[in-house]
Write a protein that binds this ligand. Structure first.
Ligand code: MN
Ligand code: MN
Length: 469
């Protein structure tokens, strides 16, 4: 029997006046939690299929083509309900669903990124030392280098041969594939190593991938382990050593996404940042029907290294795309951008009770509390960020509240504890109202990152509600 007590005056006043985010596990109905769990099964598949920016773009195109999206043709007319995509060099993607309102009413943008921290091969990567063969790597993005040793690694990417033909590489993911590994020093002999500052325990030049150990038997050639590897690569991919100069090969953790916890409430995987926002942005776009405002989803590259280059958000490719959309309706791009809104769909750092010192508890996001709105990122006195306006924060809040989206607000960490950025400022700089919104992550940028299933699902609901505004 339930014992219903009258609420006290203080309890009622607290309900009315206090900001009190709640754990979704406590307050959401079993149906919603089951929907979140089901949604995340497909998300895990996406993670396994899309470990690099190129693979994420390919997987996204496959998803949207099934839903009727076609390649964008700037010369073709557009009408409400049309669904188009523009593949930027295989590494970034723009998608649009044309809405019923005039394009000059602005578009709704969701901007996520699909690059992730990893170990890139150097342009001349192959060498032999002490009869062991290695790929020399150059790390990509912000990593704690010591986390990337003694982890099984797969190799993904593309090699362009001298004759211009290219070959895709994906080795280490199939159960029958070999994997690769950066070795670490045994603790028995690690006394001096462990005295170094943590950022030098493993140095950048120590991140060399072990790829072979058996010599080529046929002659006395020096470096015969390397020669044997080249022979295998020649047979498998038709490449020579020079072809590495025209290759992009990325070493990434070789394991699949897994449920985490006895309660299976979380997902552990490589590269949640930022597939955990890219995937919900895609599924929201597929579910938004014919919206009022035209919807534009961006899967960007190069966010982890500052968004520079022609596939990053500092490039003009978004502006050109908006110019072309506007032109299809006889308008100018700037007239569209000035009226547009953008969710910069990126992750935030979840509160980790093992490392509470870097977080201000009242302004940190937490696992299971829903999608996180981040008013600004940056560092120190709000440098290097877009600070969303009160008016725009108010608008976004109302959209989420009226669509049963569980949401929370969170900063990246304590003032002066460090900092970080997203693509928000590059889109805001185009005169677009922009705010960061995404999923809280534990162990961000580690080879195995953790998110909550409820939060992933709430990101989908949040993006969908905003697209249907
Ligand atoms: Mn990110
Ligand atoms: Mn990141």
């Amino acid at each position: 029997m339930e014992n219903k007590k009258e609420k006290t005056a203080a309890e009622l006043l607290k309900e009315q006046l206090c900001y009190s985010p709640e754990n979704g596990g406590k307050q959401l109905s079993p149906d919603v939690i089951a929907a979140a769990d089901a949604y995340c099964e497909d998300y895990k598949d996406f993670l396994d299929r899309a470990k690099t920016e190129r693979e994420a773009v390919d997987a996204a195109i496959e998803m949207v083509q099934k839903a009727g999206f076609v390649p964008f043709d700037a010369a073709a007319p557009l009408k409400a309900g049309d669904k188009v995509y523009l593949n930027n060099r295989g590494k970034a993607l723009l998608l649009a669903v044309i809405g019923t309102r005039p394009i000059t009413d602005g578009v709704t943008i969701a901007a996520a990124h699909v690059d992730a921290p990893r170990l890139d091969l150097k342009p001349n990567p192959l060498y032999e030392d002490a009869e062991l063969a290695y790929f020399d790597t150059h790390y990509y993005g912000g990593i704690k280098k010591y986390q990337w040793t003694a982890v099984p690694m797969a190799l993904h990417g593309v090699i362009v041969r001298a004759d211009g033909t290219s070959v895709s590489v994906n080795i280490g993911e199939d159960d029958n594939d070999p994997v690769f590994c950066v070795t670490d020093l045994l603790p028995h002999l690690g006394t001096e190593q462990m005295k170094r500052p943590a950022n030098e325990i493993v140095r950048g030049e120590d991140l060399n991938l072990l790829i072979g150990s058996r010599p080529f038997r046929k002659d006395e050639e020096s470096e015969s382990v390397k020669l044997n590897i080249l022979n295998i690569l020649h047979e498998k991919y038709g490449i020579t050593e020079t072809d590495f100069l025209s290759a992009e090969l990325e070493a990434v953790p070789a394991y699949r996404a897994k449920d985490v916890g006895f309660d299976r409430s979380m997902i552990g995987a490589y590269a949640h940042d930022d597939r955990v926002c890219a995937y919900p942005a895609l599924t929201a776009m597929l579910a938004c029907g014919t919206p009022d405002h035209t919807v534009v989803t961006i899967l960007a590259d190069k966010e982890e290294i500052g968004s520079d280059g022609n596939t990053g958000m500092q490039s003009a490719f978004l502006r050109y795309f908006i110019d072309d959309l506007a032109a299809a309706f006889g308008a100018k791009g700037h007239q569209v951008l000035s009226k547009s809104i953008c969710l910069s769909a990126d992750v935030n750092a979840a509160f980790d009770p093992i490392y509470p010192d870097v977080m201000a508890r009242n302004n940190a996001s937490r696992l299971n509390y829903g999608v996180c709105i981040t008013k600004y990122t940056g560092s120190r006195g709000k440098y290097g960020t877009s600070d969303a306006s009160a008016e725009f924060m108010g608008k976004v809040r109302r959209i989420l509240d009226t669509n049963d989206v569980l949401w929370q607000a969170g900063e990246l960490g304590k003032v002066d504890a460090g900092g970080g950025g997203t693509v928000a400022m590059y889109i805001a700089n185009l005169d677009v109202d922009t705010v960061d919104m995404g999923v809280p992550v534990l162990s961000m940028h580690a080879p195995f990152e953790i998110v909550s299933k409820i939060d992933v699902y709430m990101a989908h609901k949040a993006f969908l509600a905003t697209m249907k505004r």
